[in-house]
Design a protein around this ligand. Structure first.
Ligand code: USQ
Length: 389
């Protein structure tokens, strides 16, 4: 199949390109290298070394024996996206090209606006480009489990059967996000649903949990690493905890640390995204898949990382529950469904402890780099201090 990955230079995009190439698909990618730039701006860098895009594509060709045809540009620019669609004529398009950091969106008004525009406009461009140039394309769009928030009821996959004042309906599950970034994903979901109603586009909206890990089976062979961020803006919970241990810093669950989130490994994320391609929705269907393996509290993950680090090195990192920079529930009910991907054939690849061990082993090879980034690890972006112009 001809597969277009918007956001191919990112954490998920680069790993996904390798999986799809190794499965024999023709892979095309677009990216404006936005994450590289924004990560540098906060004084940080990917801990795993990432070469320039030119060298990256060259190594891809050498290892996989075929080109990853690359288009450099911004998918929030409609002209660019239409041109890419016309050149590629994809069977499947993945939209992974959004601003992906909740803390970045909470720095201030400029970043909030940038996140809103980048994310919402890119998705609107996508549905129009699909409708106008290739209405049969399958759209796989990365949303987030964070769209649902942490309601005091079970979370279904996208839709909820409601009985109210004697009448019944099936309605979108109420969304209640916790950052401007997470709200953009809610707005995207609404826009995708509407585009589907208007033009019968075939859409999979993926509610993905927090992804962790350094590798997939392809990356273990190719050594074409994907990026790995650990700073307070671009790094995420479990990855940060492992890097904190390696850097000799305390591991930082925020607040009481009892907040729970769905997590999955990079390997599993890529498997799920591939299953979405291989088992498409019906023509004209909009479907929602909740994509995570298990849910954990951040305290549980902090302890798990500390234990594994001790087993590997003999040292026990300190766990320090720091003041929570976010506005979020720290003690709450959490029970989201995640059945549909299992019904489509997804099976988790590993086991948390083994996955953590692998991350720590990989990071130990870049111990100095983790240490160099010490100054950007502790949380500084405080939700309530988000500032205006
Ligand atoms: N957290 C800590 N300590 C840290 C970092 C985070 O306790 O050092 C806590 C946060 O307070 C939060 C939880 O861990 O309760 C998750 O935070 P995160 O930074 O790992 O992830 P989040 O900001 O929610 O966003 C990440 C990705 C985003 C994706 C989302 C999936 O950056 O692109 O959509 O995970 S989900 O969390 O399910 O919404």
């Amino acid at each position: 199949m001809r597969v277009l990955i918007l956001g191919v230079d990112g954490y998920i995009g680069w790993a996904l390109a390798q999986r799809l190439a190794s499965k024999g698909h023709y892979v095309f990618g677009a990216d404006n290298l936005y994450t590289r730039k924004r990560v540098r701006e906060v004084g940080s860098d990917s801990v795993l070394p990432i070469p320039s895009i030119g060298r990256r594509l060259q190594s891809f060709k050498e290892f996989y024996g075929k080109d990853l045809k690359f288009f450099r540009g911004n998918v929030a620019d409609p002209k660019f996206l239409y041109q890419v669609f016309e050149r590629v004529n994809p069977d499947v398009v993945y939209h992974l090209a959004e601003q992906r950091s909740a803390p970045y969106s909470m720095i201030g008004l400029k970043q909030a606006n940038e996140t809103m525009v980048t994310n919402l406009v890119s998705t609107i461009n996508l549905v129009y480009a699909a409708k106008d140039t290739n209405p049969d394309v399958q759209i796989i769009k990365l949303g987030t489990m964070g769209e649902y928030g942490t309601p005091n009821i079970d979370i279904t996959e996208g839709f909820l059967e409601v009985e109210f004042r004697g009448r019944k309906d099936v309605l979108p599950f109420p969304r209640n996000a916790g950052s401007w970034y997470h709200w953009t994903k809610v707005h995207d979901s609404n826009n995708l649903m509407f585009a589907n109603r208007l033009w019968k586009l075939k859409i999979t909206d993926v509610m993905q949990g927090v992804v962790y890990g350094t590798a997939t089976k392809e990356i273990e062979k190719s050594h074409l690493y994907t990026r790995f961020d650990i700073d307070e803006v671009w790094g995420t919970a479990l990855n940060r905890f492992a890097a904190q241990a390696v850097a000799g810093l305390p591991i930082t669950p925020y607040g009481k640390g009892n907040q729970k989130r769905g997590f999955l490994s990079l390997e599993d994320s890529i498997s799920c995204l591939t299953i979405a391609l291989e088992k498409p929705p019906k023509d004209g269907e909009y479907r929602v898949l909740n994509q995570f393996d298990q849910y954990y509290s951040v305290n549980y993950l902090a302890e798990a990382v500390s234990k594994v680090y001790h087993e590997l090195t003999g040292n026990t990192p300190e766990i320090m529950n720091v003041e929570n920079p976010r506005v979020e529930a720290e003690d709450h009910y959490y029970n989201p469904d995640h059945k549909k991907l299992y019904d489509l054939g997804y099976r988790p690849s590993g086991e948390l402890k083994k996955d953590i061990k692998k991350i720590i082993e990989d990071l130990l090879q870049y111990k100095e780099k983790c240490r160099d980034l010490k100054k950007v690890i502790m949380p500084k972006t405080v939700w309530k201090n988000s500032s205006g112009i």
